[in-house]
Design a protein around this ligand. Structure first.
Ligand code: HPA
Ligand code: ZN
Length: 330
């Protein structure tokens, strides 16, 4: 089956992490920045493990220095994503990489991203929403600055607040102030947890940050009571299987818990995380889920409905996207 053409909803991508390596290498050349060490012989991103991945990621981000860079990046990413049938996408964006937390600068970067998103919606039929993201290993104080930027710019484009980065730094509760601020501003919430931290990290994230969604969350598989709680509360996992395989959060596709989580009633969705880093696309993810677990068109339709129901958008947008998910008459 050709999975490329299935209309898809993708909830978990990082904008900078979706930058093609050739795009970043081009910016580095333009600006005379030497980041040759982050590429392999084929021009792909090279990293040994998760911590090194975060270092390479941040090095790549040093080339993104202006709103115009982010406008070009957003357009390039949406073009690639739309080519895999994605009709609605959410992406994590960090004030830390867009003006260093200065609210006025952040507004200029956002305007450029939104400009690109509007163009992509018109020309490619893909809808984008942004989730402002604190970087956990930058610490709770820096995260508060990101949350303040989020609260200041909540609107049609920025609809959520989240946290990514080094999951084993601190505890979720250390970041509660930021999540409280974002919630007060009316933003919807998600946080990376259970990619590395196991069930206790997932449970604490739900308890202390009161999120509607969890980024990854696969560590929940080791605690049946927690899985039941997640299912009961309808907390949605943004699962990124290809990312987990490449970063060795799981030992391989066969060992990935996504099918068992789904069988336990946990609402799961599928995303690419940082596609060029993990040599994946949404089509590849669907291909591997079909090959590994026997999932087919009906499973993917159900998956996309869960994702759209959990999307951080308004009901008018949700209804508009729902129409695009309906199967076309052959
Ligand atoms: N996990 C945590 N932080 C990240 C990731 C990820 O997979 N991608 C980009 N930042
Ligand atoms: Zn992620």
């Amino acid at each position: 089956m050709n999975f490329r053409d299935i209309p898809k909803v993708e909830l978990h991508t990082h904008l900078e992490g979706s930058a093609p390596p050739a795009f970043i290498a081009g910016l580095a050349r333009e600006k005379n920045i030497d980041i040759s060490g982050i590429f392999d012989a084929q021009g792909g991103y090279a990293f040994r493990d998760f911590d090194h991945f975060l270092q390479v990621y941040e090095a790549a981000c040093t080339t993104l220095q202006s709103p115009e860079d982010f406008r070009r990046l957003t357009l390039a990413v949406l073009e690639e994503t739309a080519a895999h049938g994605v009709v609605y996408m959410e992406t994590f964006v960090s004030p830390d990489f867009c003006g260093g937390g200065d609210v006025a600068a952040w507004r200029d970067y956002l305007a450029a991203m939104q400009d690109a998103a509007d163009e992509a919606e018109r020309t490619m039929g893909i809808t984008l929403r942004g989730i402002v993201t604190g970087i956990r290993h930058f610490g709770p104080d820096q995260c508060k600055i990101a949350a303040a930027c989020a609260a200041e710019t909540k609107g049609d484009f920025i609809t959520g607040f989240g946290m990514a980065g080094g999951e084993m730094v601190g505890r979720p509760g250390d970041y509660a102030y930021s999540f409280d601020m974002a919630r007060e501003a009316g933003l919807q919430l998600t946080a990376h947890a259970g990619e590395w931290g196991g069930p206790s990290m997932v449970a604490e994230t739900i308890r202390d940050l009161k999120v509607a969604r969890i980024g990854h969350g696969i560590g929940a598989i080791d605690d049946p009571k927690l899985m039941a709680e997640i299912a009961d509360k309808g907390i949605v996992l943004e699962v990124c299987p290809g990312s987990n395989v490449v970063l060795k959060a799981v030992s391989g596709w066969d060992a990935h818990p996504i099918a068992k989580l789904r069988d336990a009633g946990v609402p799961v969705t599928v995303s690419t995380d940082d596609p060029p880093f993990f040599h994946t696309t949404m089509t590849d993810e669907y291909d591997m889920l079909a090959k590994t677990f026997g999932w087919g068109a009906d499973d993917f339709r159900a998956l996309n409905k869960i994702a759209l129901d959990a999307a951080f958008c308004d009901d008018e947008t949700r209804a508009r996207v729902a129409k695009r998910l309906e199967p076309k008459d052959e």
